[in-house]
Design a protein around this ligand. Structure first.
Ligand SMILES: Cc1cc2nc3c(=O)[nH]c(=O)nc-3n(C[C@H](O)[C@H](O)[C@H](O)COP(=O)(O)OP(=O)(O)OC[C@H]3O[C@@H](n4cnc5c(N)ncnc54)[C@H](O)[C@@H]3O)c2cc1C
Ligand code: FES
Length: 379
């Protein structure tokens, strides 16, 4: 395979660009370089991890796949992991998490598959407006669904696997399926994939073709709102009986589940203690712990010298955004750490666990924390 440069050009261009960067470094600010270089190629950047859209296609009803070419600042991504993707939407930078569905061996080519969410800021932009040539910013990879998590001995094919996907939760699981297929399947791999209708299923033809050529791979589609079922399709929501029918050897499987929070919780309940292991990740936030706390508290922003009043019962991220602060965020559900900031003083509560924290920390996740008292934050 031909090696590519930081700007997606051949290796000679990469060394030319590095020499040029060294030469002009004392003369030009990175932001100024980015501004002018961006006119030539939107993914050229001095230091920002950018990826250029090189192709787009409709994957299923309401879902689009964007093929991306990353510059040299983008980090490595393992199949099953997620990245934060940022784009400018109506003049404001919006960041959300996506799970690449395809990652090239060099890591410089990747695809994201985005399901359009009603009134969704970034999914609407990526599905409707993003075009070939646009640049997206790509954050560092995160998440626990990579193959190393299921591979106790570090082997390429880590035993028999069951993948449970619902809706856009198919994305990291398709990436795992493709990686396992590329490594040569030596154990059984079963994918059970829920969607509302057949038209909303992604990668249907590819999954069926893989099942036809690879006896170790089985795929089952479950359509919860389709009027007519075709041979082999199912209609039930995830339950113990369906699992027992489709995967009689559950006890020998390592289970991965991805989809809405309620789906992942059900998958966990059916797998833990019944399967070899379970890894699940939700794409929608779990309802945060309810709190009857009322009133407001003061948040002192140590770096900017401002003081704001926010409701004590609300997660800090939306509460501070409502005050006009533009804060870094990604998953908005406590997974990616993008919103983490230092807390110098005050008591906070983790809205997922209910735990209260009264000691200073360097990494308070604002999206899943509320302020119980006045706080001083490194913002
Ligand atoms: C780790 C992780 C990986 C993800 N990977 C993918 C992926 O590969 N492909 C993909 O399409 N999505 C993925 N998502 C979901 C994605 O990050 C966004 O949440 C989704 O695209 C909606 O963003 P938005 O800006 O369009 O909606 P927003 O403007 O944030 O929200 C608009 C409305 O939609 C609701 N909403 C937000 N997210 C969802 C959702 N996922 N489903 C239904 N309703 C929602 C909100 O509550 C709100 O009411 C992932 C999420 C996480 C946490
Ligand atoms: S935005 Fe991801 S942890 Fe808060």
């Amino acid at each position: 395979m031909r090696s590519t440069s930081a700007f997606g050009d051949p290796v000679t261009a990469r060394s030319t660009q590095r020499s040029l960067s060294r030469l002009i470094a004392p003369l030009i600010k990175p932001s100024v370089f980015d501004f002018w270089a961006g006119h030539l190629n939107p993914a050229w950047s001095w230091e920002r991890p950018l990826a250029r859209v090189v192709a787009r296609r409709i994957e299923a009803q309401g879902t689009v796949t964007l093929d991306l070419k990353a510059n040299r600042h983008c980090g490595a991504i393992q199949p099953g992991q997620h990245v934060n993707v940022s784009a400018e939407v109506n003049g404001r930078r919006v960041t959300r998490s996506y799970s690449p569905t395809r990652i090239s061996r060099s890591g410089k080519r990747l695809s994201i598959t985005v399901k359009q969410v009603d009134c969704g800021k970034l999914s609407q932009h990526l599905c409707r407006q993003a075009k070939v040539g646009d640049a997206l910013e790509i954050g560092l990879a995160f998440g626990d669904m990579s193959l190393s998590q299921v591979s106790s001995g570090g082997a390429q094919t880590p035993g028999s696997i069951l993948l449970l996907a619902a809706g856009s939760g198919i994305t990291p699981l398709m990436s795992l399926t493709r990686a396992l297929d590329a490594a040569g399947l030596t154990h059984d791999l079963t994918l059970i994939y829920w969607a509302r209708t057949r038209a909303e299923l992604c990668f249907m033809a590819e999954s069926r073709a893989l099942a036809a050529r690879q006896p170790r791979f089985q795929v089952h589609f479950v359509l919860t709102q389709e009027a007519q079922r075709l041979n082999g399709e199912h209609a039930e929501r995830l339950n113990a009986q369906l699992l027992a029918t489709l995967v009689p050897d559950l006890a020998q499987r390592r289970v991965y589940a991805c989809g809405p929070a309620g789906f992942v919780d059900t998958a966990r309940a059916l797998s833990v203690g019944h399967a070899l292991s379970f890894v699940g990740e939700a794409f929608t936030p779990r309802p945060l712990a309810t709190t009857d706390a009322v009133g407001t508290v003061r948040i002192n922003l140590a770096l900017s010298g401002r003081t704001l009043e926010v409701p004590t019962g609300e997660a800090l991220l939306p509460a501070l955004e409502a005050q006009g602060l533009s804060l870094p965020s990604g998953c908005r559900m406590g997974i990616c750490n993008t919103c983490a900031c230092g807390k110098q003083s005050g008591i906070t509560q983790n809205l997922h666990t209910g735990d209260k924290e009264d000691i200073p920390t360097s990494a308070l996740r604002l999206c899943v924390s509320r302020a119980c008292t006045d706080l001083t934050l490194d913002l």
